[in-house]
Design a protein around this ligand. Structure first.
Ligand code: NAP
Length: 320
């Protein structure tokens, strides 16, 4: 089968498509025929070799996919051969025609969702859910600022927050992206490239401020976030690409809380709970993954360039 292989860390071009041996499921494992693989920013950090988690080489990137179960190992009971599934985590990587997974890493993909939409679920939706409900304890009626709402995690967060009865402000860098965020349920949208765009938050919230901020670029925004945070507000850091100086008094004066989150810290039990909730949302139609671009698997380097460019609009997926 064909798979992307990284033989040395470096720029996107280190990813090459190669013929590799076909996969076989061991006990408790399944092999998925990948129809689409999700591209996440973390794949690019890992490929570069600059990330805390360094995979053994050669390495096939990717943890998300939509596909069909091709074979199952001994003791697998929850899923059967031929089932449509989405992959949220993989032993061998999803930038390939086949992916080997633990049984708990695959879940039923509803007939109403395409394989490409299935590839857009794993990291983005689970991260959004964990940030909102397991870290921020966000509640209906609260004001939520999705700081970076146009990408994979942002769109998922807007849909989840809107469905739960929260009042949502989302930011995006392009008009097209902001229109999408509004369509997905945001009450208000702001341009994070405008000067003083956060000044509008007080007026939009009737001088209350936002109760929760889901932060996609903390190294740029964290210091200013406190200026729009309500008393007892919570900031969850989802993404950060560098350092930033903050004034601790801004946290103190509001009885505020700043929390970090990394999806890979979620326990198996937390992941089960997350995916059970997500499945309910896919079933009732409140959650609808948005796929913007489909790129051939062999052009994975192009996908890694694209995912790091400004102007996000939902997800990029690779097609084997
Ligand atoms: N902690 C975790 O477990 C976890 C899990 C998943 C992702 N992440 C991280 O979370 C971030 C978002 O992931 P993603 O998959 O949604 O990436 P993505 O699809 O590439 O989207 C990136 C988002 O960041 C926005 N952005 C750009 N400049 C910004 C600014 N100045 N202020 C606020 N937002 C800005 C983009 O908006 P425009 O393009 O419209 O400007 C876009 O909405 C990434 O850094 C990723 O590594 C962390």
């Amino acid at each position: 089968m064909k798979a992307i292989q990284v033989r040395e860390f470096g720029p996107p071009e280190v990813m090459q498509i190669e013929d590799v041996p076909t996969l076989h499921a061991g006990p408790g494992q399944v092999v998925v025929r990948v129809k689409a693989a999700g591209v996440n920013p973390v794949d690019t950090y890992m490929r570069s070799g600059m990330y805390a988690r360094k995979p053994n080489l050669p390495w096939t990137p990717g943890s998300d996919a939509g596909g069909e179960l091709e074979s199952v190992g001994e003791g697998v009971t929850r899923v059967s051969i031929g089932a449509r599934v989405y992959v949220a985590g993989s032993i061998t990587g999803t930038y390939a025609e086949q992916a080997l997974c633990e049984e708990f890493q695959v879940r039923q993909l509803l007939d109403t969702l395409s394989f490409e939409q299935g590839a857009a679920i794993g990291i983005p939706y689970a991260t959004a859910y964990r940030a909102l409900f397991q870290r921020a304890d966000a509640a209906s009626g609260e004001w939520i600022l999705v700081h970076g709402a146009t990408g994979g995690v942002g769109i998922a967060t807007v849909q989840l927050a809107h469905a739960a009865g929260m009042r949502v402000i989302g930011t995006g860098g392009t008009e097209k992206g902001r229109a999408l965020v509004k369509e997905q349920g945001a009450d208000h949208v702001l341009n994070h490239h405008d000067t003083n765009y956060l000044d509008q938050v007080q007026a939009l919230t009737g001088d209350h401020g936002v109760d929760v901020i889901l932060e996609m670029l903390a190294n740029v925004n964290l210091d200013r976030d406190f200026s729009v945070l309500a008393a007892r507000g919570r900031v969850v850091i989802i993404g950060s690409r560098g350092r930033i100086e903050i004034a601790p008094r801004d946290i103190m004066s509001r009885d505020a809380t700043v929390k970090g989150m990394l999806l890979t810290n979620a326990t198996k039990e937390e992941l089960s709970s997350i995916h059970a909730s997500l499945q309910a949302g896919f079933q009732d139609g409140t959650l609808v993954p948005i796929v913007n671009r489909q790129i051939p698997l062999a052009d994975a380097p192009q996908a890694h360039h694209e995912v790091m460019k400004p102007g996000a609009y939902g997800k990029i997926v690779l097609k084997p």
